[in-house]
Design a binder for this molecule. Sequence first.
Ligand code: BGC
Length: 496
Amino acid sequence: MPELTLVDGSGVRRDFPAKLTWQVIVCTVIAACGGLMFGYDIGISGSIKLKRNNYCKFSSQLLQLFTSSLYLAAIVGCFIGSICCKKRGRKPTMQIASVFFLGGAILNAAALNIGMLIAGRLCLGAGIGFGNQAVPLFISEIAPARYRGGLNLCFQLLITIGILTANVVNYATSKLHPYGWRISLGGAACPALLLLLGSVMIVETPTSLIERGKNEEGLHTLKKIRGVDNVDKEYEEISQAVEFSRQIKHPFKNLWKRSSRPQLVCGALIQIFQQFTGISVVMLYAPVLFQTMGLGENASLMSALMTNTVKPIGTLFAIFVVDRFGRRALLIEAAIQMFISLGAIGVILAVHLHSTNVVEKHYAVLVIVLVCVFLAGFAWSWGPLGWLIPSEIFPIETRSAGFSVAVIMNFVFTFLVAQTFLTMLCHLRAGTFFLYCAMLAVMCLFAKYFLPETKGVPIDEMVERVWKQHWFWKRCYKDHDTGEGGLDKPKDNTIA
Ligand code: BGC
């Protein structure tokens, strides 16, 4: 496989000898099984059917709370997971994630009462918290800079495959009385086992090994995963970054310093914005909407299958282009695409769908097409990049803590959206879609003006080559040499 040549924004060529090895590919796929766990759970939790009028299909507080309880456990899991990631490494954190998830699946499948169901759900949440913290970080650290985007996006690819699998399993087991639900809940054990067994084979990231003083092993692993002997420059860079990070005793405290602000704001915002795309509204509401539109008995299954197939295809496309076109181009393009499709859905619903009426067939088909356009946009941009960008922008000293804040934002806002959107849909009706359109406009501007491009930049050079060069964020580093605003890396901490 080809050796990599890195070219920075100023056109200076930088060589980091590395091949895209099978080791990296296999480790990425195994770790991405954490995404399969997350996706399977989203898919299972999303299959809810209710009655009432067209906009108030499933407005049930209890149901909303049950669905969201997992996210509360995930928030705690992610916080503890970030400490575990730093102190014990990325690999054990993923293993803990799979054990929690496996436990949750077993508890749910064997549930004799509501208490066991809730306990199972809390375990699943903890597993997702640990997993979503460790997996994207792990992939971003083992990947050669030039392929980091594409490899990291495998996490989202497996999230979407997990959702699709859960839909199929749900459908197949819904007719098996009385144990069907036990099979579909217990099915969560499969991705957990894949991650647990697979993680025995994978390596720890060189960064994490060196961070924990295992320099020899770090160097050895770096040679193994890069497929070349000449890894001195990269090793040197990681060692310097780790050396510097040793001065930081409290990563979470350091996050609030001025020098961490650019990464913290962008990392957290991109995850918040991921949820403000309106993805949950579209995903949960689409099957009901299609059914309402008179598409027949199996409409809900058909639409679930169709929309959930569009997403993996969209993410697959992004895997091949994200390191070529860059992150920002995808985010900006998709925000416009999603704005138009969501706006059009809102208009059709406002004009044609009244509380209990059925929409004409050709509008129903148009809405399905628009939903697919929306989901494709999400799948190649704000979905996967919500995980990629926060995992690659923090320097080593705040990487685990900073990334956990971004992931926690994902859980908090998924929770908030889940808690509010059903009620919102019920009261604002089609207006809900226009509200998310307004958010998409803000997001487009954010990606254009405030988010720097990180494509191809080695993960430990982000501060020097990305943040300090950005027209807006460079102000956070202005007073650095005088000591204000927090610690900074030595100026020569780049590849020669
Ligand atoms: C998001 C989830 C979403 C899923 C859809 C994930 O990246 O975090 O909220 O449901 O993508 O594919």
